[in-house]
Design a protein around this ligand. Structure first.
Ligand SMILES: NC(=O)c1ccc[n+]([C@@H]2O[C@H](COP(=O)([O-])OP(=O)(O)OC[C@H]3O[C@@H](n4cnc5c(N)ncnc54)[C@H](OP(=O)(O)O)[C@@H]3O)[C@@H](O)[C@H]2O)c1
Length: 225
C-alpha cells in the first residue's frame, strides 16, 4: 500500500517551473500561495527532491496561522511530515527544512549514502528511511511512509523527482498553477524532466478535473488516468 500522492507546482506559460539559473522564481500570486498552503495543511506529508533543497532551501512549513491552528485543533502537528528524496544524504544539516518549524522530518536515502552524512542528519533531528541501492527506490519508500501513517502525500517538485514518481506510476493527481510569463530556456526545469516518454502511446495520460482562473493565471487540476 502507498499514500495518495499529488504533485503541486507552479509553471510559466511555456511549462518551466524555474528559470535556467535554477533559482526560485515567483510564478503565482497571493491567492495561489494561499491555495498551496491549504493543500499543505490537508496533507500528512510534503516531499521534495534534493535538487530543490539545494537550489531553493524551502522550509516546507505551513505558512498561515489559520492553517497551523486548524491542524493543531484536529490533533495533528503544526506542519506535515517534511520529506526529502536524497539518495546520498546531501541535505545540509543547516537546511531550513531541518531548522524551521515543528514536526517530523524524514530523509529518504539509498544504501550508498555515506554513513557520516546520515549520522549528521540524524543528529540534526531527521529520521532516515533507507530504500534502494544507489538511488531512492520511491515505490519501497512510499510503502514505508504508508506504514508510518502517511496517507496523503503532497509533492512539491522539482522536475526530476516529479518525473521519477510519474514514470513509476506513483502519482494520483496533479495541480499546476500556470502563470502569465514565459521563462524559456532549453535547460530550465519543467514539470517533469528526466528522460521523458518516447511517444504518446507511452505517455502519462491525464483527465481534466477542474480549471480555475487565479491571480494573473489559472490553476488546473488533473487526475492521472
Ligand atoms: N515552480 C515550482 O513549483 C517548483 C517546485 C519545486 C522546485 N522547483 C524548481 O525545480 C528545480 C529543482 O529541480 P531538480 O529537478 O533539479 O531537483 P529535484 O527534482 O528537487 O530533485 C532531484 C533529485 O532527487 C533525487 N532523487 C532521489 N531519488 C530519486 C528518484 N527515485 N527519482 C528521481 N529523483 C530522485 C535525485 O538526487 P540523488 O540521486 O542525489 O538522490 C535527483 O537528482 C529548482 O530550480 C527549483 O527552483 C520549482
Amino acid at each position: 500500500m502507498r499514500p495518495y500522492v499529488f504533485i503541486n507546482a507552479a509553471m510559466s506559460a511555456d511549462g518551466k517551473i524555474s528559470a535556467y539559473t535554477r533559482k526560485q522564481v515567483s510564478i503565482s500570486g497571493d491567492h495561489d500561495l494561499r491555495r498551496v498552503d491549504q493543500l499543505k495543511c490537508g496533507a500528512d506529508a510534503v516531499m521534495v527532491g534534493i535538487g530543490t533543497v539545494l537550489s531553493d532551501d524551502p522550509s516546507l512549513t505551513v505558512k498561515r496561522e489559520e492553517f497551523r491552528k486548524k491542524r493543531l485543533n484536529s490533533g495533528k502537528d503544526e506542519n506535515p511530515v517534511r520529506i526529502v528524496a536524497d539518495s546520498l544524504a546531501k541535505t545540509p544539516v543547516d537546511a531550513d527544512i531541518l531548522r524551521k518549524g515543528n514536526g517530523r522530518r524524514i530523509i529518504l536515502v539509498s544504501e550508498s549514502a555515506p554513513s557520516g552524512r546520515v549520522d549528521g542528519l540524524r543528529a540534526a533531528g531527521a529520521e532516515i528511511i533507507t530504500a534502494g541501492e544507489n538511488q531512492v527506490d520511491l515505490t519501497a519508500a512510499l510503502e514505508q511512509l504508508y506504514d508510518m501513517g502517511v496517507r496523503r502525500l503532497m509533492v512539491e517538485g522539482g522536475g526530476t523527482l516529479n518525473w521519477g514518481l510519474i514514470t513509476q506510476r506513483l502519482v494520483d493527481e496533479i495541480y499546476v498553477y500556470i502563470g502569465n510569463l514565459i521563462l524559456g530556456g532549453c535547460s530550465s526545469p519543467t514539470l517533469a524532466d528526466g528522460t521523458g516518454f518516447p511517444d504518446c502511446e507511452n505517455a502519462c495520460l491525464l483527465e481534466l478535473v477542474s480549471l480555475e482562473p487565479m491571480d494573473a493565471g489559472f490553476v488546473v487540476q488533473w487526475r492521472i488516468k
